[in-house]
Ligand binder design. Structure first.
Ligand code: NAD
Length: 523
């Protein structure tokens, strides 16, 4: 919380008495946005809270997508000439709008995505934070001067805007991931098209709508600087294939990334892939057990197990495993499961029936592979027979079997044990994904080893903190089938720009690099 947070309007309660569809209409009216031009029968949108329909939207077809890309190209040609700090001014204004409407946006996000309100507020705060980050960045897009081997020569590297960003996002962070990429791309001088998840298009229309409003009021922002494409995978594939979409940032499953990554690469576009994780925490005997327990529970059950960084594998030392698991099962048993709009709730619903079915299939397979399942059952919530609430599952496994090596996007925590630390690291790295990891230990050697080149092979390696809940400053992303991309943080702005290397000769001779001689007798 910083000083500007005093500007946040007091919590506004949107009545849900008339149903969530009416609450959505109220929220859009409050934001001074309209859904009228987006209404249609292409895509029905549901609330995971009770399974009720929220809206029905018109989808974008191939012709619409082509027009969008053409408009984005035109917008890019104008925007790249606006000085970067002035581009930052647009993002600053947008950040203030999001801050002003934080509560309305959080409630919309919860209604459409189902994450508990405090996590939705956290996600909206992340959008605000990344705006501030991008504004600062707009004055720090720096290049390098490199020592030239030739006298009176200057060797430099500088950065230019790259083009149109096509951003494909997943349902589980329906606003933050877009903001990570788009606000940074905007200050870098790119235009952007957002293809949100078909499960969360309303949140997208609200967040992008506010940015479009800020752009309409800003004299330097061209038309069509930021657009939204509503549709399913086919819509995303058009962005992946389109030669005029310079960068495709795609967040979602490994299956999606395998398709999108190849499509973009085939035409030598720039892919930025943020894909699935299968994150583990090692709990060593020296760990502060209270801290490890709290870190484990939030990481494993937050967002109902639907974070890319959700803790899915617990690798506990054999000496402490029994006691730790007992406490874990008791703690998970005490979690409040129910409406995410209720402040007392810890765990809201799964996104839909398909997610519930996938969870039950995984638990069945775990049993077949020798696992002992605690929890994992469906929880009835009054008035929500068409929603899918579950008790998070703790599954004691005899070994790292096939199901443990898969990412099931649901709250299932597999527990494994280890004897020596090298074995723990081998288990941690023994999966195809490489997003997030952590170790709970008070042994400095273990902590350092875990972070060394022999340690975790993930993009995120934490010590005495869970696998989820990254801050925006650090580069976010992972290795192996997680895709290798970094959407935001640190120097990932370079993904949104093109690098130019320039040599300037201010001498009166023309020496060639590496001492090559090419003498010609001409004046
Ligand atoms: P998903 O792969 O089903 O869909 C993600 C997006 O990709 C959607 O917008 C979808 O329409 C689009 N899409 C799917 N197939 C496509 C294709 N072939 N071509 C073009 N677009 C396509 O994922 P989801 O169920 O929405 O999200 C859950 C997954 O996302 C999990 O695997 C999770 O780990 C991952 N995720 C990763 C990160 C990260 O930063 N690494 C962040 C959030 C979510």
């Amino acid at each position: 919380m910083n000083a500007l947070d005093t500007m946040i309007s007091p919590a506004t309660a949107y009545s849900v008495a008339g149903g969530f569809a009416d609450a959505v209409v109220d929220i859009f009216a409050h934001l001074d946005l309209s859904l009228d031009t987006r209404k249609g029968d292409g895509l029905a949108v549901f609330s995971p809270i009770d399974g009720s329909q929220l809206a029905s939207l018109r989808t974008d077809e191939a012709g619409d997508m082509d027009a969008m890309v053409a408009n984005a190209r035109t917008a890019f040609a104008a925007w790249r000439d606006v000085p970067a700090p002035h581009r930052g001014e647009l993002v600053r204004r947008y950040g203030l709008l999001v801050r002003e409407h934080k509560e309305a946006l959080s409630q919309l996000l919860t209604i459409e995505n189902g994450k508990i309100l405090t996590e939705a507020r956290g996600e909206v705060q992340e959008v605000i934070d990344i705006c501030e980050y991008a504004v600062g960045l707009s004055r720090q897009l720096f290049g390098l001067t490199i020592a030239s081997e030739r006298a009176e020569h200057r060797l430099t590297e500088y950065w230019h805007p790259l083009g149109v960003l096509g951003l494909i996002s997943a349902f589980n962070f329906p606003a933050a991931v877009w903001a990570w990429g788009t606000t940074v791309a905007l200050v870098c001088g790119d235009s952007a098209i957002w293809k949100p998840s078909e499960k969360t298009p309303l949140t997208a229309l609200a967040f992008a709508g506010l940015l479009q409003k800020a752009a309409a009021d800003y004299e330097f922002a061209p038309d069509h600087l930021v657009q939204v494409a509503i549709g399913d995978a086919a819509c995303g594939a058009i962005l992946a294939d389109h030669p005029d979409v310079a960068i495709v940032s795609a967040t979602g499953s490994v299956r999606m990334g395998q398709d999108v990554g190849v499509r973009v690469q085939r035409r030598f576009g720039r892919p930025v892939l943020e894909l699935g994780g299968n994150n583990a925490a090692i709990v060593a005997p020296s760990a502060d057990m209270g801290l490890a327990l709290r870190g484990t529970i939030f990481a494993a059950t937050g967002t109902c197990g639907q974070r890319c960084t959700t803790l899915r594998r617990l690798i506990a030392h054999e000496d402490i495993r029994g006691d730790f698991v007992k406490r874990l099962i008791a703690a998970v048993g005490s979690l409040n499961i129910g409406s995410p709009l209720d402040d007392a709730t810890h765990v809201g619903p799964l996104i839909d029936k398909a997610a519930f079915d996938a969870m039950q299939r995984a638990l069945e397979q775990a049993r077949r592979e020798g696992g002992t399942v605690h929890g994992g059952e469906r929880i009835e919530v009054a008035g929500s027979p068409n929603a899918y609430y579950v008790r998070p599952a703790i599954v004691e496994m005899p070994a790292q079997t096939d199901i443990v090596r898969e990412e099931t996007f649901a709250p299932i925590l597999y527990v494994l044990s280890y004897g020596d630390f090298a074995e723990a690291i081998a288990l941690q790295n023994g999966v195809s994904q490489g997003l997030s990891s952590s170790v709970f230990t008070s042994d400095v050697r273990e902590a350092e080893k875990f972070q060394s080149a022999q340690g975790s092979d993930c993009g995120i390696a934490n010590v005495n903190i869970g696998t989820s809940g990254a801050e925006i400053g650090g580069a976010f992303g992972g290795e192996k089938v997680t895709g290798g991309g970094r959407v935001s943080g640190s120097d990932s702005w370079k993904n949104y720009m093109r690098r130019v290397t320039a040599t300037v000769n201010y001498s009166t001779s023309l020496p060639l690099a590496q001492g090559v001689k090419f003498d010609l007798d001409i004046d």
